[in-house]
Design a protein around this ligand. Structure first.
Ligand SMILES: *Cc1c(COP(=O)(O)O)cnc(C)c1O
Length: 397
């Protein structure tokens, strides 16, 4: 036991607290929905789940999960290539690739793993990975594991992206890939795919998009960012999650051409060295996709709710960033104010969490509100009223 190790850990925790950056967990004692119970017995409006289509507590999905629990058991107790591949895994991979318009798909236990295990097998020292500065942590980590040349462009700065493409060519890059979140989770904004696609064509680069905050509800049919821009078929590699709109349990995937998926199944380390997704989650995700394919009303409701809420919060005088996406980031700047605001909101019955460093840059703290298709008009209005009261109390508006 090294005493100095433990005392330096303690100091680091104190530093985090002193900077107002310490995150506390809150305990929920009901299923995920727009109105949740907390462990202290209170009932609050929930404005921060990724449950975009309200499927986290859907009865058909729960039924599919419990049926699979009976027919296929609790766990696979194996990685996929040993004895962990159930016929449900194969069905979900086919369903996801068909729905999203790709040749094939590979499942992971999380999108974090899909991104973490993507770059190292596909891109080597003579290749170039060109990445948006605000990409998700799992993309950043995945790129770190690859030996490829790395280039980073300022968030959505297409001039810098083009410079990176030129530099990669100057350095003799064999293959180039442009890597971006489809929707930036802290900002509620879309990647400029309409500008990225022509640049990729001009410089003969591939495009990889992480659509965790888009799959299932962005685009007319819920196929994500490419569909939103009318650019289906232009994204070479797509990663996504089962842990947000598609039921909210867990799981991730990569869709691409079949040879790419074949190679990932040979070489991608989170796939080779980590347990298979449990059958109940796989069966439930199949059901979630079935619901999403036929139920266009959820998508219509989330769009209406999101733009209504965004405009109401803006009207109060708050700075709201991003595009017309259900992620509604309300900027407050200072982490301590974000924490304080979150506490006051909760006391009035609104659960909304402050986001600050390291999940967003220092000095850009915000409250990230997320709208779902299931928020009712009175719940949206109540949240707006609470936001007005708390904002005035704190002098933010
Ligand atoms: C949530 C998220 C992930 C991680 O997804 P998990 O399935 O929870 O691991 C990856 N990328 C982005 C952009 C995300 O928002």
């Amino acid at each position: 036991m090294s005493k100095s190790f433990y005392s330096s850990i303690k100091r680091e925790i104190e530093d985090i607290r002193n900077e107002g950056l310490y995150k506390e967990e809150r305990y929920i004692s009901s299923p995920q929905k727009t109105n949740i119970s907390l462990s202290d017995g209170s009932n609050v409006l929930n404005f921060c789940a990724n449950d975009y289509l309200g499927l986290a507590n859907n009865s058909e999905i729960k039924k599919a999960a419990s049926e699979a629990l009976e027919t296929d058991g609790f766990g696979m107790a194996s990685v996929r290539f040993i004895c962990g591949t159930n016929d449900l895994h194969q069905q979900l991979e086919t369903k996801l690739s068909t729905f999203l318009g790709y040749e094939d798909c590979i499942l992971y236990v999380a999108a974090f793993d899909a991104n973490g295990g993507l770059f190292e097998p596909l891109f080597h020292a003579e290749d170039a990975i060109i990445s948006d500065a605000l990409n998700h942590a799992s993309i950043i980590d995945g790129i770190r594991l690859s030996k490829a040349m790395r280039f980073r462009y300022a968030h959505s700065d297409m001039t810098e992206l083009e410079d990176c493409l030129k530099k990669a060519d100057d350095q003799g890059a064999r293959h180039k890939v442009i890597v971006s979140d489809g929707v930036f989770s802290m900002d509620g904004s879309y990647a400029k795919l309409d500008e990225i696609v022509p640049l990729a064509k001009k410089y003969d680069a591939l495009i990889m998009i992480d659509d965790c905050h888009a799959t299932g509800f962005v685009g007319k049919n819920g196929r994500g960012t490419a569909e939103h821009f009318g650019l289906e078929g232009e994204v070479d590699i797509l990663t996504g999650t089962l842990g947000k709109a598609l039921g909210g349990a867990s799981g991730g995937f990569t869709c691409a051409k079949s040879d790419v998926i074949k190679l990932l199944k040979q070489r991608s380390r989170p796939y080779l060295f980590s347990n298979a997704l449990p059958p109940s989650i796989v069966a439930a995700s199949l059901k979630a996709l079935e619901i999403i394919e036929v139920d266009t009303e959820r998508r219509a409701r989330i769009a209406t709710n999101a733009s209504y809420f965004r405009s109401q919060i803006k009207n109060l005088g708050y700075t709201v960033i991003g595009d017309d996406h259900p992620i509604t980031p309300v900027m407050v700047g200072d982490a301590k104010i974000a924490q304080q605001m979150s506490k006051l909101l909760l006391a009035k019955g609104l659960y909304a969490i402050g986001f600050f460093f390291p999940v967003v840059p220092k000095g850009q703290a915000r409250l990230r509100l997320q709208i779902t298709s299931e928020h009712k008009q009175d719940e949206l209005d109540k949240a707006v009223t609470i936001f007005e009261e708390v904002g005035k109390e704190l002098g933010v508006i």
